[in-house]
Design a protein around this ligand. Structure first.
Ligand code: ZN
Length: 634
């Protein structure tokens, strides 16, 4: 499993689908149509990230890239820019949310564009017109500089490039949804010509209808091959939701989906995560098609079966413990197809649904993407990050020995128990923490994992051979949160992304509280910073205390405390430290981000489905651009 492409700060990996060959024809057809339903949503995400302009940019770059490639004169800078736009589904860095600019000039762009003879036929727009429309988006750094802006004290809606609102201020949006009484995951909110607010719902007959029709068409085919009646019903409920756009149908779908645990094939498909909306209302479109890996799911079964024990022993205030933890389940799956906001950069674990009341009443379903994690670990072996940033050889040895297990266990505790634990105080809504909610939610799940990973219960259950697994993870967590992850951020910038903020927050807090009691220290040796943990049990208690406070903040909707905590510990980076880390990292020559190409599924003439792992990154992107072209760009 090697790196198949790399550009900017990104490396592209390939994953393989263990168990595919052993499937029945019926199952392969189910995977095929679910995968088609996944791929047809591709352009929705581009549009959510930046509107018509972004679709036009995609078409234009595809046309120039393909033209130059066919003529054997592909310009490196054009290739770099196109690969980045494909990777980010737009012009903003997928992690930092900052706009990136090309290394070519507008004149060069003009020349390249004019060489594509059939441009107008391909895109429905003349080359001149396209150039004019795209000039600011591509070349003006001040135009839409941020995809998602979470800065303190500015209008987050107006300063974010995402296409979820139009002609509306942050306070109007907040007022609107306060009155509406519930979140609207699947619509754009606009102010129409009469000055009235209007929701453009993402459904058949509404916004994104063309793409959603194709998704539904393929879901209908998939339903014919469902593995059981419940799964068929789940697919049909999702179809009904896409047809009507009614969120209560999406709830229905989720309620059924969390209970379906029998089938070997599962999927996610919809407007789901709200990280790209600065206010956390709107869901970006995503899909993952999965094949369950039954053999790897044993450890997780043990964790799930003991969910109530963990909840009862959680260091949080008794008021916020769930009296009955229901439906906690987690499975290791192999990804078969990644799409929308899960492609090419993909999560390694997912816990859904996001609707808190469904989680509380019906439970949630967690997956760990086994083949994706495996591909990451394989790629990391060739690195050098561990030796550079670990305090000493012992730390390196221990991480090598148990690091993979520790990592997997963390993800499983985070997704399987962490997000699902705790409860809200009555009357407190989830959006009370606004822009700080996502960060603290991730912190809550991480702290739960950190705390319980080091519990004797883990040994008792036979999940870990010794607490060394946890201690290796404590080293790794602080090393990453306080040091290594800073390499991903441009100098002079703050931390923006929720998961990164969360890791910095926990690490900084732990060091601040742990240093005076001798539990952990930041050490400078030969001009380089390291983290040294002296007392792991004491550090565990600090994680427990922080978990208690984060849970209190969430359960009571204490916005002031949330802001204070995130702004104090999770946002700012010491400039000198930042510079040092970036230098040390750059010397290693490693790309900090990863993404994946999908396998290609073929329908064969003799009625079978085959899987193919030969496609290159650009080849795949250009094929998707041709075969799943659906939204209009004007
Ligand atoms: Zn999470």
């Amino acid at each position: 499993m090697s790196i198949i492409d790399s550009f900017a700060d990104v490396k592209i990996l390939r994953y393989s689908v263990g168990g595919f060959e052993q499937l029945s024809k019926n199952q392969k057809f189910l995977l095929y149509y679910l995968s088609e339903a996944a791929l047809w949503g591709r352009e929705i995400l581009f549009h959510q990230n930046g509107g018509d302009e972004t679709i036009l940019l995609l078409r234009t770059l595809d046309a120039i890239y393909a033209h130059q490639q066919q003529n054997g004169n592909l310009d490196e800078r054009l290739a770099l820019y196109a690969k980045r736009v494909w990777f980010c589904s737009g012009v903003h860095h997928h992690y930092s949310n900052d706009k990136f600019l090309p290394e070519f000039s507008r004149e060069e762009f003009h020349n390249w564009l004019s060489q594509v003879a059939d441009f107008e036929k391909q895109t429905g727009m003349s080359a001149d017109c396209a150039e004019e429309s795209l000039a600011r988006l591509i070349f003006d750094k001040d135009y839409k500089p941020k995809k998602v802006c979470l800065d303190n004290g500015v209008d987050l809606v107006k300063s974010s490039a995402v296409n979820f609102y139009e002609g509306i201020s942050q306070s109007d949006v907040e007022q609107y949804y306060k009155n509406a009484g519930r979140n609207a995951l699947n619509s754009k909110l606009v102010c129409n010509a009469n000055g009235e607010f209007e929701e453009q719902v993402w459904r058949i007959g509404g916004m994104y209808s063309d793409a959603i029709e194709r998704i539904v068409e393929n879901l209908k085919r998939a339903a014919q091959y469902a593995e059981n009646e419940l799964q068929r019903d789940i697919i049909n409920t999702l179809i009904a939701y896409y047809e009507k756009g009614d969120l209560s149908l999406f709830d229905e779908y989720n309620k059924k989906w969390v209970t379906e645990k029998q089938s070997a094939i599962d999927f996610i498909n919809g407007f789901i995560e709200v990280y790209s909306d600065p206010l956390g209302y709107k869901g970006t479109w995503e899909s993952i098609v999965e094949l369950v890996d039954t053999a790897s799911s044993e450890r997780i079964r043990l964790i799930s079966e003991n969910a109530q024990w963990f909840e009862d022993h959680s260091p949080i205030d008794a008021e916020f413990r769930k009296p009955q933890v229901t439906g906690v389940s987690m499975r290791v799956v192999n990804a078969v197809m990644l799409a929308g906001d899960c492609y090419p950069a993909t999560p390694i674990g997912v816990n859904l649904p996001n609707a808190e009341w469904i989680r509380e009443q019906f439970g949630s379903k967690s997956i760990s993407l086994g083949n994706i994690t495996h591909a990451h670990h394989e790629a990391a072996k060739s690195g050098g990050v561990l030796s550079e940033f670990a305090y000493d050889e012992d730390e390196v040895r221990r991480t090598r020995a148990v690091g993979t297990l520790a990592d997997d266990l963390h993800t499983q505790l985070h997704e399987c128990l962490g997000h699902g634990s705790g409860r809200m105080r009555e009357g407190v809504t989830l959006d009370a923490l606004k822009a700080y909610g996502s960060t603290l939610e991730e912190a809550r799940a991480d702290l739960f994992a950190l705390y319980f990973m080091a519990d004797e219960k883990m040994i008792e259950l036979g999940i870990v051979p010794s607490l060394d697994v946890a201690w290796a993870h404590y080293d790794a967590y602080l090393r990453s949160g306080m040091l290594v992850q800073l390499a991903r951020i441009a100098e002079g910038k703050n931390v923006e992304e929720s998961h990164m903020r969360n890791r910095l927050l926990i690490s900084k807090y732990a060091i601040e509280k742990g240093a005076p009691v001798g539990a952990v220290k930041m050490i400078v040796r030969d001009g380089k910073h390291y983290i040294k943990i002296y007392d792991y049990q004491a550090l565990r208690q600090i994680f427990g205390e922080l978990l208690r406070e984060v849970q209190r903040i969430k359960s009571t909707g204490d916005y002031e405390a949330a802001r204070n905590m995130v702004e104090t510990y999770g946002v700012r980076i010491d400039a000198e430290l930042h510079h040092e880390i970036r230098e040390r990292y750059q010397k290693l020559g490693i790309k900090p981000f990863s993404g994946f190409v999908n396998p290609r599924l073929h329908l064969t003439d003799d009625g079978d489905v085959t899987i193919d792992y030969t496609e290159a990154y650009d080849e795949q992107m250009l094929r998707y651009g041709r075969d799943y072209k659906i939204l209009s760009c004007k």
